[in-house]
Design a protein around this ligand. Structure first.
Ligand code: FES
Length: 153
């Protein structure tokens, strides 16, 4: 089944009501991995909600993404412990190297950057997580080497 057929199926399964919006958006994201503009507009028409309002609702929930995710996800912790230990400097270095702001994906599609609050590794502050790997006691000088390791995977 291609994406269009899956999308038709998703619309067929929901009721045309405001209550259907969130489940509908979840299903759309399941198909594409994010919320592309066209299916979002279709969801607005389907639920008879203004597209601007649909966008507002979707941005309210952190679970929804608006661009394709990169091959790797980099989460840089900005929780209190990490902040105290220089987490902002790590985030800045990753932003510079990838050329993105938090929430964005690098042009080569390799990395999506997220800013997160406490990932439960405070003893290793400042910490960042790439995919499922925790990198603790981070230093700005280690960023290049770590990112390259995932680039060449
Ligand atoms: S504050 Fe960063 S891991 Fe807890």
């Amino acid at each position: 089944m291609n994406a269009k057929e899956r999308l038709d199926k998703v619309f067929a399964k929901h009721h045309r009501s405001r209550d259907a919006l969130i489940p509908l958006l979840q299903d759309i994201q399941e198909i594409y991995g994010f919320l592309p503009p066209e299916p979002m507009a279709a969801a607005a028409r389907f639920c008879r909600i203004d597209p601007v309002e649909v966008y507002g609702v979707a941005t309210f929930y952190a679970q929804f993404k608006f661009s394709q995710l990169g091959k790797n996800t980099v989460m840089v912790c900005q929780g209190t412990a990490c902040h105290v230990m220089g987490g902002a400097r790590i985030l800045e270095e990753v932003m510079n190297q990838l050329g993105v702001e938090p929430g964005q994906t690098s042009k080569d599609g390799m990395f999506t950057l997220e800013r997160v609050a406490c990932i439960g590794a405070c003893a290793l502050a400042p910490a960042m997580v790439v995919n499922k790997d925790t990198h603790g006691r981070m230093k700005a000088e280690k960023v290049t080497e770590i990112l390259n390791a995932y680039r060449n995977h």
